[in-house]
Design a protein around this ligand. Structure first.
Ligand code: ADP
Ligand code: MG
Length: 451
């Protein structure tokens, strides 16, 4: 790929990402060099690099490959920042490489170096899956086979599988650990059929010690792939080799999957990753922020921002992470403290789309129930503490859990002024820290409203 070609690809990208994204993220990218299948682009800051890589990495790679098919990866680097080399050049990643690339024909997917047990935050919704993954990663005798992990999108299945692969390849570098998606499995199978290399394909897979197949629901309805998968699976289990499978639902619920495969998949340990709860989301955000702080020491984060995100973005961890990355990228560009206002501005679209249908009325009803007062007293004019405090709690929750503005909230609380609402919200925000009873009330109410 030449500079000219990159210039033209940029114009193609302009069409697909839109003008304003293009201006912020694509236009600043300069092709720096090509080396060993990696195209490196210069970026102004590591935040821009991280953001572009997450958000546009695949798209850029796709375009780049249209002119240079030999490029396998794109990499974004701050010029002169040699510490930030691609993963494969780092010694830390080296031990895993031989294990994973032992057979150059082997269709293994690269492992994400961020997906380790160290970076996986454990909470109630995922503790079982985490414990099972840890057990498999300890490399002892095979106790359950297969390990079947399932759960909705973005809840950490792939992360756990990579973590197992990293840990195993560190503990036992001699093991032949193979991780791939069900899609890759199928692709290689079809290719082997076409090139009449089925014997090679079979023997390659039979030589694996630990096989991980991600998103196995993909082979539903693909009969010959299922057939081959079944044989591979049986051969490995019979040989006492560990298998780890993931899917977006339980084995019994995958439609168009042969019965015998379903029942084989259920033979081992089946564990699910539950949707995240508030604590887990907050924990994940905190651990990400710690990481960002090391990257960007000057960054200021206002109190309550993480709590706000954990409360409002409930969809999945991927969306949550994306939101945080964007927030930090934005803040680093404009050089401001990350306040609640900035967060709401910068993430307006994400917040809107993940908005739960909690209404102010619901909040008012729950709060009056909780404090055992009448709804009319909660909303009405009386200013005694027994009504005023619950009212402030309700205002606080309305501000946090809905996207209503302060004046709108004021209107729903008997036509109060927006400054009254603001005062109430602030008051609760302070009490939250000093008064454990209030903190507990809020927590309970939030849970009920979220459910
Ligand atoms: P899945 O494969 O279930 O769709 P992923 O494993 O790809 O989901 O996770 C999506 C993103 O969320 C990844 O970046 C992953 O690191 C992150 N993630 C998910 N769960 C956790 C967790 N418990 N702790 C830290 N990061 C997590
Ligand atoms: Mg996945």
């Amino acid at each position: 790929m030449t500079q000219d070609q990159w210039g033209r690809l940029k114009q193609d990208l302009l069409k697909s990402v839109g003008k304003s994204n293009f201006k912020s993220w694509i236009e600043p990218l300069e092709l720096s060099h090509l080396e060993e299948g990696v195209a490196t682009f210069a970026v102004p800051t590591s935040f821009v690099g991280n953001y572009v890589s997450q958000k546009y990495g695949d798209q850029i790679l796709y375009h780049v490959q249209s002119v240079s098919p030999e490029i396998r990866r794109v990499h974004f680097q701050v010029p002169g920042n040699q510490a930030r080399r691609p993963a494969q050049a780092r010694p830390a990643a080296a031990p895993a490489e031989p294990a994973i690339r032992r057979d150059p024909m082997m269709p293994a997917a690269p492992l994400d170096k961020r997906f380790t047990f160290d970076t996986f935050v454990v909470g109630k919704p995922n503790e079982l899956a985490h414990a099972a993954a840890k057990r498999v990663a300890s490399g002892g005798p095979v106790t359950f086979n297969p390990l079947f992990l399932y759960g909705g999108v973005g809840l950490g299945k792939t992360h756990l599988m990579h973590a197992i692969a990293w840990e195993l390849s560190e503990r036992q570098p001699e093991l032949n650990v193979v991780y791939l998606s069900a899609e890759q499995f199928m692709y290689r199978f079809v290719q082997a059929l076409r090139e009449r290399k089925m014997m090679d394909f079979k023997s390659m897979f039979r030589a694996v010690d630990v096989l991980m197949v991600d998103d196995v629901q993909f082979i539903a309805g693909k009969e010959s792939t299922q057939e081959e998968f079944f044989h591979t699976f049986n051969a490995l289990v019979d040989g006492g080799k560990q298998i780890i499978i993931s899917a977006d639902r339980a084995p019994g619920e995958i439609e168009n999957l042969e019965e015998r495969i379903k029942s084989r998949l259920q033979c081992g340990l089946v564990v699910d990753l539950h949707p995240t709860n508030y604590e887990l989301r907050l924990g994940i955000l905190q651990s990400k922020v710690e990481y960002y702080r090391t990257q960007y020491p000057g960054l200021q984060l206002a109190d309550g921002v993480l709590e706000f995100l954990a409360m409002r973005i409930t969809k999945n961890v991927r969306v949550l992470e994306g939101a945080l990355t964007r927030l930090f990228a934005f803040a680093s560009l404009v050089g401001h403290e990350i306040t609640l206002e900035l967060t709401q501005d910068c993430l307006a679209d994400v917040l809107r789309s993940s908005e739960r249908q909690v209404t102010i009325e619901e909040i008012q009803r729950q709060v009056s129930d909780h404090f055992n007062i009448r709804l009319s007293d909660l909303i009405g004019p009386k200013r005694v503490r027994v009504f005023a405090r619950p009212r402030q709690v309700a205002m606080y929750l309305a501000k946090q859990m809905t996207s209503r503005s302060l004046p709108e909230i004021g209107r729903r609380f008997g036509g109060r002024d927006h400054t009254t609402v603001m005062h109430g919200v602030r008051r609760i925000d302070e009490l939250r820290v000093t008064d454990s009873q209030i903190a507990e009330d809020l927590e309970l109410l939030r849970r009920t409203l979220e459910a």
